[in-house]
Write a protein that binds this ligand. Sequence first.
Ligand SMILES: NC(=O)C1=CN([C@@H]2O[C@H](COP(=O)(O)OP(=O)(O)OC[C@H]3O[C@@H](n4cnc5c(N)ncnc54)[C@H](O)[C@@H]3O)[C@@H](O)[C@H]2O)C=CC1
Ligand SMILES: O=C(O)[C@H]1O[C@H](OP(=O)(O)OP(=O)(O)OC[C@H]2O[C@@H](n3ccc(=O)[nH]c3=O)[C@H](O)[C@@H]2O)[C@H](O)[C@@H](O)[C@@H]1O
Length: 676
Amino acid sequence: MASAHLPSAASTVDTDDCLVDASTAPTTPDGSLTFSPVLEALKLRDALEGATAGRGTSIQDTSLDGAMYPSRCEIRNVCCVGAGYVGGPTAAMIALQNPHLRVTVVDRDPSRIRQWKSKHLPIHEPGLQHIIRITRDGSKALSFFNEPARFDSFDSVSSASSATSECESQCGELRDEIYISSRSPNLFFSTEVSKTLSQADIVFIAVNTPTKKRGMGAGRATDMTALEAVSREIAIHAKPGAIIVEKSTVPCRTAEMIQNTFKAHRPNINFEILSNPEFLAEGSAMTDLLYPDRVIIGCSPTPSGHHAAASLASIYASWVPRPKIITMNTWSSELSKLAANAMLAQRISSINSISAICEATGADIDEIAQSIGLDPRIGDKFLKAGVGFGGSCFKKDILSLTYLAEGLGLPEVAEYWTQVLNVNDWQRSRFARKVVRCMNGTLVGKKLSILGYAFKKNTSDTRESPALECIKILLEDAPGEIAIFDPCCEPAKIKEEIKRWIGSAALRELGGPIEVYNDAYQACSNSHAVVIMTECDEFRNYPSSKSPKLFPSRKTERPIVVDPRPFARLEPTESELLALHGYLSPALDIKDPLLRFEEEPACDDSCAMCAEKKGKLESVRSGKENQNERLDWVRIAYHLQRPKWVFDGRGVLDIAEMEKLGVRVEAIGKVGWGGR
Ligand SMILES: NC(=O)C1=CN([C@@H]2O[C@H](COP(=O)(O)OP(=O)(O)OC[C@H]3O[C@@H](n4cnc5c(N)ncnc54)[C@H](O)[C@@H]3O)[C@@H](O)[C@H]2O)C=CC1
Ligand SMILES: O=C(O)[C@H]1O[C@H](OP(=O)(O)OP(=O)(O)OC[C@H]2O[C@@H](n3ccc(=O)[nH]c3=O)[C@H](O)[C@@H]2O)[C@H](O)[C@@H](O)[C@@H]1O
């Protein structure tokens, strides 16, 4: 076995990690709409009434007990349908942690599959590239000593080998050496949907489930077009006994719809449908997958349902502690996903509603959040006031919940959750209107700079971006220029979005006011007001936890900084190797400190992404662009028009520091500059 010892800090610095991959466009299907959540909701009510009357399926406690339901070992081939933000990262984590499984991600979108197979992944998630390279490309064997590195000298890592031989020869002391064997690729991407389905022992459905755009329930019900189409395809092609897993977020009782589809196509074969909702958040997807708070598995309360759940649990048990893998009835599992997102969004609307009171009274929203967050019954997460939540899921999942509630004859429930969305919209327009008001009620001839276009930091996803909605409101006042900059989004992608949602005429190249920059200083130069729309660490003007490069955690938002060696066993798990990588990579500023990577797939000379990356690298080298670095607010403030305005929609600025630069700051949940 070839052995690769750890390199020294002086090894080549690969800056690729700092570069942003292009994101994928939203994939809301526009096809026919065949699923009626109203009817399904009514059926659900009937079924539940039936259950209480003793006619329906009884709901049992299905807690998973390894002894009762021993893990099945037959699973070899895994198929994941949908190569998006959920399907790609989830499949990659499953493949990493289960080298014995062959995991294939299929998608009907050939360009997305092409990107997954290339070195330009379609989504930007910290840590994703690393895992894809090991699982998709295979990895080399390596060996290293099971000793923590000294903090004062990163050389100790690379000199382990020579130090050891010296030590071994001088004191005869033997050191523990760890050998990691090479891995063959076990993650594949393909457009051959039916063929892959026919070979799979377990199929994850991770297609998009957006809000319906037309027809019955338009603007509220879940559009089941993609999910229904995939269910049909699986029903036709799946091998007998294959386990079907709903990964997508779906209305409660969807598993029944899938089961009915199977019954129509394969009436004589039993297929188990499991619900296994995903709780990852974008920007921290890999950490969330690596250390999930819980894995929920919903199954039917039958022996074969439990058996299927045990099989799925055994895949997760490769890296998730058993107590975190919880089984329940299918409907609870489906509904718990909608409920979780609704509760999270509700917290944001709650704190945002209080922020308006703060602005009017002189109370400070950050102090309030700190104060109430100390109550363990409330907790301190998800209490950051701002311009409101964006993203592809909170809004559509609450709409889905309200639609479900209404269909069940529960208008008060629907109204309660609708209010969470109303407050969110109100907060955003309240902020945009304040910008206009502070600019004396007129934007004519003025330049406004928007910092942050994605729906949150560390992602290039722009779905339901609060920035877009804010820009629409500002445009009504005919500004001279709206200059946009986002550290994670490609300008071309933002322009596409503007064309799609506002119209091409709004772009500067066609005579409109909107221009997108790849440099924050150019975007802010000569501006009348800077408007911060995402909580990017780059925009902060005070020290906070350093922006994590790899595996930021939902709990601590800090990179893993502790050397996990010595490992308890000389066969570390992939999670332990990830922890070692997470420690070494930022410390040494090397992308592959363990020397595991095989060659990446090559692109041809005409690859536009390579050209773009090369251009970026050159600008980084020439100092024109410093990705992931804090903005120099002194420089920005110097070049602002007077009076110098900054509107902080995400609470990332220390206002007193900004005021020292002669800037007037308006922030969410703080008293305005005139009142300070
Ligand atoms: N984005 C997120 O952070 C999270 C999303 N979810 C849920 O996961 C599901 C997927 O979401 P995303 O990954 O964000 O969506 P996405 O839009 O990024 O990816 C969905 C993929 O499914 C593919 N697809 C659609 N119909 C298909 C078909 N008939 N055959 C093959 N492929 C097909 C699309 O081409 C697309 O690549 C949704 O239900 C969402 O609510 C759950 C947790 C987190
Ligand atoms: O179902 C989903 O799609 C996912 O939705 C959210 O994840 P995500 O939308 O990726 O991102 P969040 O971190 O939840 O942020 C959502 C929005 O709320 C905003 N936010 C978040 C937290 C906060 O305190 N304040 C606040 O305004 C963010 O800026 C962002 O616009 C949930 O956090 C995930 O658990 C869930 O799996």
